[in-house]
Design a protein. Structure first.
Ligand code: NAD
Length: 355
């Protein structure tokens, strides 16, 4: 029996609903792969602010650093939108990523064959899409100084250092080596000095990976190319804000934002989370799609714990549920044989694993 300590951060909105389903699936895979998970819950986001006055209590960082991995739902909601910036749920999340040093956010966008009709693009354009967005996560404009706000002016700074670009570039090239060996680096080097540095450094790093074909693309063109011909991409390497936007765009190639998982990794503990937010508009209704979080749990098994067989079991069970026609509400109009709730979808996937 192999034991792992997992910190669960459920967060706000649909966070608790979708994390509960991922735990259900993890428990199913534990029973058939001789694994044991010890879960420890920690607070972050609006719920943490309500209880402690801080969206990221120190205890949460301590718990996370003492575990093998963090499984995270989502944070945020209108209730906390008028708080001072540093008290808001999103500030807690940014601080959490910085504290854990998770500089690389890996966002796979894979189109399930069963859902080729669910995309807003034509099936022939999206069938077979398999993109890995490698987004720098703890630098760029979300963290740059100076930043500020007066009554009539607001400003942020997009800044990257050579070292920050080098480490994320290595990460992307190493991932590409295990895939189709193509990296497209996305920037705005025609306008921004920070992007010209990005482009120069990525080109330098690429010399160490002669087997990988490197191309560069401006972010506005990349946004267009993603919907024009998404299959041209293998690994997309980009900075924090561009990656945030492009990966949401990529999610719609796949049919629903409720399908896409992510891994945030660095030198310490990794954080595994869906790419979507707390979806306050559907929270508490039992209709959220838990697949992105369940697939994030699979990424956690694969990348953080090296439990490849268990991760494969989860991925296969997700595919099976989709191919049998089970859909949550977000995908109800696409070849659904049965529309199910959040909890039913979790149970269906868990049952396929146990079988
Ligand atoms: P969102 O991703 O929460 O929701 C966008 C749309 O997608 C909504 O219509 C929502 O109902 C739908 N959706 C999202 N996840 C879904 C799921 N699993 N199943 C079905 N439908 C789903 O983005 P938003 O509305 O812009 O933001 C809501 C809150 O989430 C904000 O407070 C924002 O700051 C926060 N947020 C948090 C994170 C995070 O925790 N990592 C990321 C993005 C946004």
């Amino acid at each position: 029996m192999r034991n792992y300590k997992i910190t669960l951060i459920k967060g706000d909105g649909i966070g608790p609903e979708i994390v509960d389903e991922a735990v259900k699936v993890l428990d199913a895979v534990a029973s058939c792969c001789e694994l044991h998970f010890e879960y420890d819950e920690a607070l972050m986001g609006g719920c943490a602010y309500d209880i402690t006055g801080d969206p990221l209590p120190q205890e949460t960082i301590t718990k996370a650093l003492q575990s093998d991995a963090v499984l995270f739902g989502a944070i945020g909601g209108e209730k906390w939108d008028t708080l001072p910036r540093e008290k808001r749920p999103e500030s807690g999340l940014l601080r959490f990523r910085k504290e854990l040093g998770v500089y690389a956010n890996l966002r796979p966008a894979v189109v399930y064959d069963e859902l080729v009709n669910a995309s807003s693009l034509k099936p022939e354009i999206i069938k077979g899409v398999d993109i890995m967005v490698v987004r720098e996560l703890i630098g760029g404009i979300y963290f740059g100084e100076p930043k500020g706000r007066t009554e009539d002016k607001g400003w942020n700074t997009m800044v990257y250092t050579r070292d920050e670009i080098v480490r994320i570039a290595h990460h992307a090239f190493q991932i590409a080596m295990k895939r189709d060996k193509r990296v497209c680096s996305v920037d705005k080097a025609n306008v921004l000095d920070v992007s010209q540095l990005w482009r120069d450094v990525v080109t330098e790093v690429s010399a160490q990976y002669p087997e990988v074909k490197l191309t560069h693309m401006y972010v506005d063109n990349a946004a267009m190319q993603l919907v024009l011909n998404p299959k041209q991409f293998d690994v997309i390497l980009t900075g924090n804000i561009f990656g945030d936007i492009l990966s949401d765009e990529a999610s719609m190639l796949c049919g629903s934002i409720g399908l896409l998982p992510s891994a945030s990794v660095g030198d310490k503990i990794g954080v595994y989370e869906p790419i979507h937010g707390s979806a306050p508009d559907i929270a508490g209704q039992g209709i959220a799609n838990p697949i992105a979080t369940i697939a994030s749990a699979s990424m956690m098994l694969r990348f953080a714990l090296g439990e490849i067989q268990a991760a494969d079991k989860i991925d296969n069970a997700i595919k099976k549920a989709l191919s049998e026609g089970y859909r949550t509400g977000d995908l109800a109009q696409f070849d659904a044989k049965e529309v199910c709730s959040t909890s039913e979808m979790g149970s269906i996937i868990a049952n396929y694993i146990e079988r």
